[in-house]
Design a protein around this ligand. Structure first.
Ligand code: FAD
Length: 309
């Protein structure tokens, strides 16, 4: 991971910068490139537009909650979102993505239980309206806890999906464990700044790991969700799916709202199943900082938004 990216990931964790940045309830154009808006109406509007030729996964922004009431408020926000998706007739095209740290995973010794119970509530509401839930993956210190919670919740809600990060050295083994019938695994590179003891640090190593992991998921029995904007990996993903005898409805590509929009349109127009991850909400700062750090050109874009040039 580059120094620039590490710096932005570190800044994404600063409570002081976060509270300053999130003070305004209006998103600046530079944030709006990556975030659908601050409220559920904005998220629904974006979802409705995208649903014309693709699928969506909506994320109510929030993470690293240190307050049980905030975790409960997150559950309520997802209930509101899911009922709105149902009312708008969008549940066939839309699911939700959830971060366990927003559901209380970090709340001390009880965090695991609190996050699991909160996730069960969200999955229950999602099942009532016919939508699925995918549990995002955060930094490597949470991987075991997240996979354990997802395993427990899948006993009642088997369609619950989760995320594996190709940058982690453990992920090939996790892919083998989780490629069974009925599983839904989103494979991404990984957005966190991880130590070399647990993670690959160069692009070449991460990309090679991504291909190995995709091969395991594509030849497995589950439903692979190939989450990357990397055109080379999208091509390899399609080739591996064909080699594994999968039709286009037996896997999907996923990309983030606002990133490589032309590539997104081309994939959808070519008939690929493509899902766009659409974040919304007032707690946009950590998500936004991770996106800024992923591409040096974004920094110039960000700075120009202040200078007006
Ligand atoms: P890269 O090699 O980083 O990028 C490939 C190309 O895509 C770049 O050359 C550039 O043209 C474009 N690009 C990539 N990022 C940006 C950007 N920010 N701005 C502008 N252009 C860009 N990570 C997690 O750790 N946990 C998760 O739960 C998670 N969920 C995700 C869900 C989805 C649907 C997607 C698409 C990503 C998710 N990620 C998650 C983020 C992921 O781990 C990567 O950090 C991110 O997708 C960038 O990696 P990449 O595969 O696009 O490859």
């Amino acid at each position: 991971m580059s120094v620039l990216r590490s710096t932005f990931v570190a800044a994404s964790r600063s409570p002081r910068l976060r509270s300053t940045a999130e003070r305004s309830s209006i998103l600046t154009p530079v944030v709006e490139r990556f975030v659908a808006g601050t409220d559920v109406d904005a998220a629904i509007e974006v979802a409705r537009d995208l649903a014309a030729d693709r699928y969506v996964s909506l994320d109510h922004l929030g993470e690293a909650t240190t307050d049980p009431h905030a975790a409960e408020a997150t559950v309520e926000a997802y209930a509101t979102l899911l009922h709105r998706l149902d009312a708008e007739g969008l549940t066939g095209r839309a699911e939700v993505s959830v971060k366990l740290s927003a559901l209380g995973q970090a709340l001390g010794d009880d965090g695991q239980k609190i996050a699991r119970d909160n996730l069960l509530h969200i999955c229950s509401t999602a099942a009532d309206v016919g939508a699925t839930v995918t549990v995002d993956m955060e930094d490597h210190t949470t991987t075991d806890s997240t996979l354990e919670i997802v395993r427990d919740v899948r006993a009642d809600f088997p369609s619950t999906g989760t995320v594996l990060q190709a940058s982690l050295r453990r992920t090939e083994a996790d892919c083998h464990d989780l490629a069974g019938r009925g599983s839904r695994i989103r494979l991404c590179k990984g957005a966190y700044d991880e130590p070399v003891s647990v993670a690959y640090r160069t692009k070449a190593e991460v990309d090679a790991s991504y291909v190995r992991c995709m091969r395991i998921l594509m030849t497995g029995q589950g439903y692979p969700m190939v989450a990357t904007h990397d055109p080379a990996l999208v091509t390899v993903g399609e080739q591996l799916a064909i080699a594994a005898g999968r039709g286009r409805d037996a896997y999907e590509f996923q990309m983030l709202y606002g990133i490589r929009p032309t590539h997104q349109s081309e994939l959808a127009a070519a008939g690929h199943k493509l899902r766009i991850y659409v974040p919304y909400g007032t707690e946009w700062y950590p998500y936004f900082m991770r996106r800024l750090g992923e591409r040096p050109a974004n920094i110039g874009f960000f700075l120009r938004s202040f200078t007006g040039r």
